[in-house]
Design a binder for this molecule. Structure first.
Ligand code: IPE
Ligand code: IPE
Ligand code: MG
Length: 245
């Protein structure tokens, strides 16, 4: 049976986050430059956005570029920035046609001015869409997000007794999004790599050896199904009710 058929449409994760890893190894295995892996990875990302939209996922967060990825060769970083720029310009129509709201998470101020402009344009043009939200994590680091949040809290003179988990979340990069329900990572590594540290507190985690450019819709749906079979207890002795999310 196709994985999509096995899905329980009443029990979809509200928020799916993906660490799209393995582009470089995919290219190297084919004796291609690492940058070809990023080109192919972008095609996969677009396909998975559509696959998620088709089953009604409300929030999809994609790890595009981390605060640590600046350590890579200048040529690779330049290529990635250019790819992000081209994608945001060329695909704005796709996001609009599909009623997808685009948001950015990460350190905006430290991005090149041209990328800031593209992000702003994409966010402004899609701000009113209600269907699905795609959060693009570009120059994103979980620790950096938390530090920037704390700075805003201090600037706003929030008093200790006003500060609880809900208030703290509201100072982070995606205040309107629910916590991550499932975190999927391709590429074989089983680590967080500084992704969404606050938001994955109770996320189910799914790791696959598949390199991101090879990640199929079928495997994506099988991961959503695997999520549906997890027993989420949130610290209680019994699984939380799956209905009424
Ligand atoms: C993920 O693929 C994309 C980015 C981090 C930008 P990698 O480029 O990390 O690919 P591997 O892990 O080296 O194969
Ligand atoms: C995480 O992958 C970042 C993105 C996918 C954008 P990395 O390849 O940078 O992570 P590490 O270096 O394996 O931890
Ligand atoms: Mg990697």
């Amino acid at each position: 049976m196709q994985a999509i058929m096995a899905l329980d449409k009443e029990n979809l994760p509200l928020h799916v986050a993906i660490t799209m890893d393995g582009n470089g190894r995919w290219a190297q295995a084919k004796k291609l430059p690492r940058t070809s892996g990023h080109d192919e990875g972008l095609r996969t990302a677009k396909r998975i956005v559509k696959a998620a939209r088709d089953i009604g996922i409300k929030y999809l967060t994609l790890y595009v570029f981390s605060t640590e990825n600046w350590k890579r060769a200048e040529q690779e970083v330049g290529f990635l920035m250019n790819l992000i720029h081209t994608h945001l310009c060329a695909e704005l129509a796709f996001y609009k046609e599909n009623g997808i709201r685009v948001r950015h998470i990460g350190n905006f101020e430290a991005l090149p001015a041209s990328i800031q402009k593209d992000i702003k344009q994409a966010m402004d043009d899609t701000a009113d869409f209600k269907g699905m939200t795609v959060n693009l994590a570009i120059n994103y680091g979980g620790r950096d997000e938390i530090i920037r949040g704390i700075k805003k809290i201090i600037e706003n003179k929030v008093s200790p007794d006003q500060l609880d988990e809900k208030t703290f979340s509201s100072y982070l990069d995606m205040p309107e999004c629910p916590d991550v329900d499932v975190l999927i990572r391709t590429g074989g590594e089983q680590r967080l790599s500084n992704y969404l540290l606050w938001h994955v507190a109770y996320a189910e985690q799914i790791y696959t050896d598949t390199l991101w450019p090879d990640y199929s819709n079928e495997e994506f749906y099988s991961h959503i199904e695997a999520f549906q079979h997890r027993n989420r207890r949130f610290g209680a002795e019994k699984p939380a009710s799956k209905k009424g999310k």
